[in-house]
Design a protein around this ligand. Structure first.
Ligand code: NAP
Length: 271
């Protein structure tokens, strides 16, 4: 991977930080470049850090500046986590935060006027199949942007957006999006159960349908609309269902409402 050659300090090696770290090491990033700050990483994570020759510390190391400071702690931990990190942020540092709702204004107030990237990955990052929206402030240089892009890309494609406000919309569409798809599985299974199928069978059918359709979408060069048309014979069963789903009071207005609610919540969290 092409994540530059400087030092990387990862703060928080939980679900997201741990998934990113695993991806970096799997892609061949040298462990010697990485310092992990976390009071109590899982045993599995500790073993991974040790095997890679990375450094694990429980408090922020002194006497050096990080080239990339990667923040993967919960937003509510930021008030505690950030002050001791300020000394390792220098003129050449780029700060990357994946924390939902934590604004660059807040990070700048805590860490100083540094190059910063706010990124929003999603849960399939855990299996290297996420998608990340990212916004860079004006201080981020080309090389820094490339290095951060490479680090984020281990969990899937990275989409750079033009404004920080777009990150709230990204959060609403893809950050929270996996939950919408899981709920779709629940709804399909419940509808099947109401038609008389055993509940466990209905769930297996719905689960395999959604994951299989997702994989087909992943592997196909065709877009979602074309794939839908491909399986919709005029006057057939799929067309009958889609006439309900795509009606004026079908699922588009519900998604409009749901995703707007998620974006509003993201805005509120960001203060
Ligand atoms: N999970 C997702 O799908 C997802 C998606 C998009 C964005 N994010 C963002 O990613 C961030 C992390 O979420 P997560 O789900 O990975 O949370 P998590 O599993 O709780 O990971 C956070 C890690 O930070 C550690 N930590 C706590 N206090 C610390 C400190 N003072 N210094 C260093 N590390 C500390 C935690 O240790 P303890 O467990 O011992 O407290 C834990 O290992 C959040 O800001 C979230 O908004 C997550």
């Amino acid at each position: 991977m092409t994540a530059g050659s400087g030092s990387i300090v990862l703060v928080g090696a939980g679900n997201m930080g741990g998934a990113m770290l695993s991806g970096w090491l799997d892609k061949g990033l040298a462990g010697s470049r990485i310092t992990v700050v976390d009071p109590s990483p899982s045993e599995k994570m500790q073993a991974k850090i040790a095997a890679a020759g990375a450094r694990h510390v429980t408090t922020v190391p002194e006497g050096f500046k990080a080239d990339i400071l990667f923040l993967a702690v919960k937003p509510q931990m930021m008030d505690v986590v950030l002050p001791p990190l300020k000394p390792i942020v220098g003129d050449e540092t780029v700060v990357v935060s994946v924390a939902a709702g934590t604004t660059l204004r807040y990070l700048t107030a805590q860490l100083g006027d540094a190059a910063m990237v706010r990124a929003m990955p999603n849960t399939p990052a855990m299996i290297g199949r996420g998608v990340t929206g990212a916004f860079a402030n004006a201080r981020v240089g080309d090389a820094q942007r490339q290095a951060v892009d490479a680090l984020l890309r281990v969990s899937g494609p990275v989409e750079w957006v033009a404004t920080e406000a777009d990150i709230d919309a990204v959060t609403a569409v893809s950050g929270s999006g996996p939950a919408y798809v899981f709920y779709l599985v629940e709804c399909m299974a419940e509808a099947g159960r109401k038609l008389g199928l055993p509940a466990d069978l209905a769930m297996r059918l719905a689960r395999e349908t959604v994951s299989g359709a997702g994989e087909l979408l992943n592997q196909s060069p065709e877009d979602a609309a074309q794939l839908r048309k491909n399986v919709t014979s005029p006057g057939g069963t799929t067309a009958a269902a889609l006439s309900v789903l795509m009606a004026e009071d079908g699922i588009q207005p519900i998604f409009d409402k749901a995703i707007a609610a998620a974006r509003q919540r993201a805005e509120e969290l960001g203060g």
